[in-house]
Each structure stands twice: as C-alpha cells, then as structure tokens.
Ligand binder design. Sequence first.
Ligand SMILES: *[C@@H]1O[C@H](CO)[C@@H](O)[C@H](O)[C@H]1NC(C)=O
Length: 330
Amino acid sequence: MMVALPSASGGSKVFKCDTNLLVSIVACVAGVVACASAWQWQEATYAAQEHRALVGHSIGNHSGVTQALCAVLCLREGDAQCRSFNYHDTGRTCQLNGARMEEFPESLVEDFDFSYYGAQLEEPYIDLPEFHTTPSASEWQLVFKGVAGNGVKMYDMWTAATWDETTMGVGGSWRDDSLYGAWNSGDLNIARVKLSLCDANIGSGAELIFDGTGSDVSSWFSKDRLISNPWQDLISTATNYFSIYGHPLEDRRFFINRRYGNCVGDYGWLVVTESNSHFDCEWDRSSAKYPYPIILYSRTAGNVQWHKVITEGTDTVGRADYLTIHIDVE
Ligand SMILES: *[C@@H]1O[C@H](CO)[C@@H](O)[C@H](O)[C@H]1NC(C)=O
C-alpha cells in the first residue's frame, strides 16, 4: 500500500521553497536496539515542512531524542495512531501527533523553531508487517544545503574536499558527499542543476536552473548554462561577475553582479557575502540579526542596487535563509 509523494516540483509558476526534505526511516518496531526477525522492521518516509508545527492533535511528548529516534517513536506508536510529529532541533523535543496536515490543514501553524514531519501514507498503517514504502523517484536530488548565518563560509562548505559535519553541519547545513564526489569526478551524467534560494518567512524565494551537461561542481554556475531564472533582465544585461568563485577579495561568492560603483552604485541579482573585507560597503556588513554568511538576492523583476537592503529592506533585496543545490541525473 504505497503511495506517491506529493510532487514537489510540478509545473507551477510560483516557486515554492523546496522544504520537502525527506527523511527515510527504517525502524525496528519491536525495540530500538535489536530486531530478531524481519517482520518487526518497518520503513517509512517522512516529508519535512520547516518552521511549521501541527497543533491540537498531540498524543505524546519526548525530550532529549534525535530526529531519527522521534520518527522511530512515532512508528512504534503506530497502533496508537501516530501520524506525524513535530521536531525541535536544538531543544531535541519530539511531539507525536495523532493526525496529519492533510486532514487538518488549519492546524499546521508557523513555528520558527519546529519542523513538521508527516508520514507519507494515505491510510494509517494498521497492518504493520505488510506495510512498506518506496521512496518516489524524484528527478531532483539534493546535493547541498547551505544555511545563512551559521558562521561558516558558504564557499568553503561547497568546495571542501570532504564534508566535515562537526564544523560545517551547523544550523542544518548539509552536503551529500557521495553525489558531490561523483559529480566532481565526472561519474554522473548530469542534465540539469537547480539553485534555490529559500526565504522561510515568505515560503518562497528564487530558483535558477542551469544546463548541467558535462559540468563539474563549479562550472555549472555560469550565464551561458542558464535555462531559467526569475529575472527579466539577466540574460540581456552584461555582468561583471557570474560565478561561484565570485570576487574573493571582497568575499562575495555565488555572485551574479551587474556592476560596481563605490558601494551605493553596486547592482546585481545574487550574492553570498561571507565577510566585509577590503571595500567596506554598508550593504555587505553583518549584524547581530544577520551574521555571515548572508544570502542577498533581488526580489524585483530585475537587478537591484545592493544598498537598498539598508534603505528599502527585504521586499526589494531579499535575505534568503538558505540555498540548496539539486541535480537531475540522466
Ligand atoms: C505535548 O506538549 C505540548 C506543548 O507543550 C502540549 O501542548 C501537549 O498537550 C503535550 N501533549 C501531551 C500528550 O502531553
């Protein structure tokens, strides 16, 4: 009895944050530690909605547990109808729910600290031994998630030879080293690469799709590979930077810029600013609220004056909470 996952990337014109990070859990329903026979194992996939929680359907709470253990606890409550859970990363709080958001959409509320995980099931699973899920064959595979403000340079996270979870996995940043390594050594036949900027407050952001044919982990990010982007003028306007490497002296990476003009004359579409080095531009500075790295992007139809992040704020120059890189492998 399985079940297609909701299509995350349909043909819809409005870009939605790709928050369907799937957590695949193989749980031992008889006990967390040892399972003697195969029927005691159960597998389920949960789709996460960040900064959301389901309220009013609580059936139990656990604290001091990992996210994976929370999923296991939910599976073990199968008979007691655990259908989803809310998880708080830093507090390691696990709240089991007896319902899912599909049944009570109005009960899914914004909560910055929690993520909601819904079991990808159509029916509550009563027949535990028969139940089995197969993950959907999603065309987009997540390679990287880089979180703004986590104090680690985005460029370093993306280019590190090997991912170091202890120093880099801060705040939810993540990289799939096997996909990354295979991409870099030319072992993957990559059709397309997707860069998404996610603004959690508006549940949206910007999405750029590149032709990934024959690319490596840096060369895909170039103007001549652009298949789609949210701005009307990017293809037709000259750029002084368009690369992941960007402008190291200024510590501006993933940089798509139109021109420089002494800070207030700086215009562009996208930048990850990692420190305010060399030229001290006001728009480049971090603050207590917005520590480095900072992901800025134009929320207008075209390029923006970066300084407007000071004068006009986030309706004009958006601040993304994180960026993701997905690949579509042939
Ligand atoms: C679990 O904790 C939440 C938040 O404190 C609370 O609203 C809910 O009633 C608790 N559930 C149970 C079953 O105790």
